[in-house]
Structure formats: C-alpha cells, structure tokens
Ligand binder design. Structure first.
Ligand code: ADP
Ligand code: ZN
Length: 527
C-alpha cells in the first residue's frame, strides 16, 4: 500500500471515515503546517483524530500526553488494529515491553507514543532523555484542563509540560480538552505556553440531551419512576456521591427488576473491570457508579445519565451528562437535587483540606452548580453561557423550557427565616440547622423545640402558610442566592453580608416555585 499522504487520505484509508467532522480538517491542517493549537471540543466531538492524523502525515513520532493510564492499552490496541504503529510508556508496564517501545521510538518505527504526564515531571527523567534522542512530529496534550489550578481536575504533573515548548521550540503542540470555561481556557494557554496558539472552540451544545433537574424527595423511587416510564430497557449511568449509596441504589434497582451493576473505587479491580466491560458489551445495563466511572468511556447508546446527588461543579455535571447520547439520539440528563445536598457539600468544603483560596474555588464551583439548579431560565442556555457561549435562545428541550416554572416573591418567607436565625442568635446565643428552624417556623412541638424552649420565641409558628417541603425549597434557594450561610461541622445556619438588606426590606427575593408533588413526566415529547 502506498504511504498515505493527505489528511483526507489518512481519514479514509486508515480510519475508514468519509468526511471530517466540524473543525477537524482545519485543526489537522494547521498542525500539519507546524502551528500550535488549543482545541475545545465536547466529549465525543472527535478530538483524537485531530492529533492522530497529523502524527501520521508528519515525519517523526507523535507524542501524546494523557492522564488516562488505564485506557492507554485500549487506545494502543485500537490503533494497532487499524494498522497504526502505536505504543505507550507508563509505570504499570513490564520492563521488557518498555524496552521494545523505546527501541521502536528511537528507530522511528512508531507513529504515536502515549505517555503519562508524570513521566515528564521534573524535566530530567529517563523518559525526557529518551525523547531527546528521537524524532518528534508533534506533542498532543490531552485532557489539557488538568493543568488549570482553578479547574476541577488539577494534576500538578501537568505544570511541567510548559517546558516542552522550551526544549522543542519547533515541534507543534496541540492541547485538547472537553471542559473549559473561558477562565480555564486562558489558564491553559498561559500555563502551557500556548498564548500564540490558534484556538478552536467547538460548540458545547448537545442538542439531543434533555436536561432535567427535579426536587429531590425520594430519589431512588423517583429514579425508578423515570426508568420505568421513559427508559425501560435502556442503558444508562446513575451517579451517586458515596460508595455506600452506589451499593444501596444498585441493590434497590436489581430488587426492582432493573439490571444494574455497581462501580466505585472500593470494589476490587477485577470486579470493576468486569462490570465496566459488561456495561460496554451488553445491552440495557444500568451502571450505578461514583464519578470514578466514565472517563474515556465511549459507549454511544447511553440513553440516560441520572445524578442522585448534586455534582460539585458545572464542569463535572457537563462532563458526566455528556456521556449520554453520543450517538446523537434523544437522551436524558436527570438530576435530583435537595436541600441536604447543599448543606452537605457546604460542610464538605468547610472541612476540606487546603487553603482558603482552594476552599473559595470549591465554593465558587458549587455556587455555579446551584445557580444552574435554581434557574427559571433555559438550562441549556445557562449551561452554554457558563462555557462562554452567551446568548443562546431557549432550547425547547429542557425542563424549564418544556414546563416553565413560575417565580414568586419570596421576600416575606425569606425575612421570616432570617428573623428566626437572628432570634436564636440574639436571644439565645444559639445556632441551629435548617430542620430546627423550619420546625420553629411551622410551630411544631417536637422534643427538640420543647427542650430548648423554642416555642417561646416570637417567631414560633409564624410560617404555617408554607409546607415543610416548601420551606426546604426556601432555605435551599436562599443558600443558592448567598442570602444564608451554612456553617461549621454541624451545618448550622447563619447570616451573610447580603442578609441585611432582605431583613431591612430593601431587597426583594424572587424564588422558583416548587411543584407540590414530584410528578412523573411520562410520555413527554421526544425530539
Ligand atoms: P473525543 O476524544 O472528543 O471524546 P473521540 O476522538 O473519541 O472523541 O471520537 C468520538 C467518536 O467519533 C469515535 O468513535 C471516533 O471514531 C468518531 N469520529 C471521530 N471523527 C470522526 C469522523 N470524522 N467521522 C466519523 N466518526 C468520527
Ligand atoms: Zn431549554
């Protein structure tokens, strides 16, 4: 066979595809011409070809830096099956295999070499010395957002990659990521010395995914309802925060006749690998997992991604929900979200290790996620705006577009809640969590309200116009708007600097109306 020459030849002959997608061709030609590139493309957009094809067209070996060590073998196998000469070097490898790959690299008998970032850390490693002796066609830095300290997936080893430009000034570099806000993008460019690189930003919209965020009541039952009414027999992923809740949820689904498998870091690696490969191979399995599951998983027909707990950031939410519908067919991203999620995550941030700046960053990520949950606007346009795509029209394919929530003036309930916090503090020198405050507002004679003599407070029973779930909604929205704070290891409520104007009547508080009962949306229109 003749050596393939143009990018299109390689696409057709080696990869067997007819045409480029989106900006692939421009990116590839830019790199083949020796230019640097920063590529932002959603998961499934086709980033790999953007460096694989230039590596095949240019002389020398393409060096790919990827944090996904567990997937290197698969990636290399897939390329080998297509006749591409690929290898990897990482710490999990036998010495003998390592030598073989090194030799192939030095003699130019490789097209692509995959490396973990730690192999280059320090700048003087054996791998660095090896690279200096070979001929390199390009550097591809995959999952480039890992270099951003303000991102959600920071890996210190990525910082060392800035030296690639100094050591190999003439070798083109391409950095790729599926998650980057404009802040992260700027940080990637600076930290990787890619300020002059051409940026290719694909649309982050996933039009076939229907976004839905529901108030959390009985999450497992709500999930089952969703599966039975809309996703019977479909493959999907259910994300839970803890290992225990993964196990419980998987057991629950199995008991209800839904074929479900657990996946979390506490399972032994054989079970994990087996569950993963069953999920990929078999039809209609539901994977119940922590976020340890999913990086690099390429299963096109995942019909739904459900979150039973609140993701810690919009980036995480986008990445996880993005695993649905890679085949372009209608799919669901469903999240159940409740007051307890907010309280729990705020507590986790408060008690997290790391300095103030780090905790602020976590809080900032959580706030953005809460704003997405509490919005009365189109979820998709909010999501895209977060990724720098402002001004998208209402999508018609998210819950707020399909059933626009009403907003209501919640100023008076907000004042009642804030007054309760003030009374407890001023008159008693006490702080309590949301539950006790709501009991006080509802005038409930519980063991705890009696014991603390809270029924003598002037605010006792002043909030009977709302139900308990409605009050929980009020607290959640005040938290999301920064009008109330959760403090300390017990998650007690406190005021913020923004509470004053609400108490003083200078600031109105608009809230999203909660459906009284969580209704199932069976038979919803399909796109
Ligand atoms: P990403 O890394 O952006 O998540 P991949 O590179 O894994 O995406 O590509 C996703 C899927 O799309 C893969 O199965 C890939 O083979 C396929 N693909 C990529 N480019 C094309 C193309 N031009 N034509 C057809 N399929 C493509
Ligand atoms: Zn919408």
């Amino acid at each position: 066979m003749d050596a393939p020459t143009t990018p299109l030849d390689v696409l057709r002959r080696t990869f067997g595809y007819d045409a480029f997608r989106g900006e692939q061709q421009e990116i590839i030609e830019h790199l083949v011409g020796g230019g640097d590139a920063l590529v932002l493309m959603p998961t499934g957009g086709g980033k790999s070809l953007c460096y694989q094809i230039p590596a095949l067209v240019r002389d020398g070996v393409g060096v790919v830096i990827s944090p996904l060590i567990a997937l290197m073998q698969d990636q290399v196998d897939a390329l080998t099956a297509l006749g591409v000469r690929a290898g990897f070097l990482n710490s999990s490898q036998q010495l003998e295999d390592r030598r073989t790959v090194e030799k192939a690299f030095l003699s130019g008998d490789l097209d692509l070499l995959y490396l973990a970032p730690e192999a280059l850390a320090g700048g003087s490693s054996a791998t660095m010395r090896l690279l200096e002796r070979g001929r390199i066609s390009l550097f591809a830095i995959d999952e480039a957002h890992c270099v951003a300290q303000w991102g959600h997936d920071f890996r210190p080893d990525y910082l060392a990659l800035s030296m690639l430009h100094e050591r190999w000034p003439d070798v083109p570099r391409i950095a790729l990521t599926a998650t980057a806000t404009s802040n992260t993008r700027a940080e990637i460019a600076t930290r990787l010395n890619l300020d002059d690189a051409r940026q290719f930003v694909a649309s982050f919209d996933r039009p076939n995914i229907r976004y839905r965020i529901a108030p959390k009541a009985e999450p497992r039952k709500q999930l089952l309802d969703l599966l039975r009414t809309e996703h019977q027999g479909d493959a999907g992923i259910v994300y839970c925060l803890s290992r225990a809740s993964v196990e419980k949820t998987a057991d629950f689904l199995v008991a209800q006749g839904v074929p479900a498998l657990p996946y979390h870091a506490g399972l032994d690696s054989r079970t994990r690998a087996e569950n993963q490969s069953r999920f990929l191979r078999e039809d209609g399995l539901v994977m119940v997992a922590t976020i340890a599951f999913g990086m690099g998983i390429d299963k096109p027909d995942v019909r739904f991604v459900a979150h039973l707990d609140l993701p810690k950031s919009v980036e995480g939410y986008y990445q996880e929900t993005g695993r649905a519908g890679r085949d372009g067919l209608p799919s669901t991203a469903w999240l159940a979200y409740g007051l307890q999620d907010v309280v729990q995550q705020r507590k986790m941030i408060d008690s997290s290790e790391g300095d103030l700046a780090h905790r602020r960053m976590l809080a900032h990520h959580l706030d953005a996620m809460l704003a997405l949950c509490e919005t009365v606007d189109c979820r998709r346009s909010r999501l895209l705006a977060y990724f720098g795509q402002e001004g998208t029209a209402n999508c018609g394919n998210c819950d707020t577009c399909l059933e626009p929530p009403e907003s209501w003036d919640g100023t008076v309930p907000a004042q009642k809640l804030l007054s309760t916090i003030v009374r407890l503090d001023r008159e008693r020198g006490q702080k309590f969590g949301a539950g006790q405050s709501i009991d006080i507002l509802l005038g409930r004679q519980t063991e705890k309200t009696t014991r603390f003599n809270h029924d003598a407070l002037s605010v006792f029973g002043i909030g009977t116009e709302l139900s308990e779930p409605q009050w929980r909604g009020v607290v959640r929205q005040l938290l999301a708007q920064g009008l109330v704070a959760v403090e300390g290891e017990y998650g007690v409520l406190g005021l913020t600097e923004k509470s004053g104007p609400v108490l003083g009547g200078q600031r109105k508080v608009m809230m999203r109306r909660e459906p009284e009962r969580v209704k199932s949306r069976a038979g919803g229109t399909k796109v």
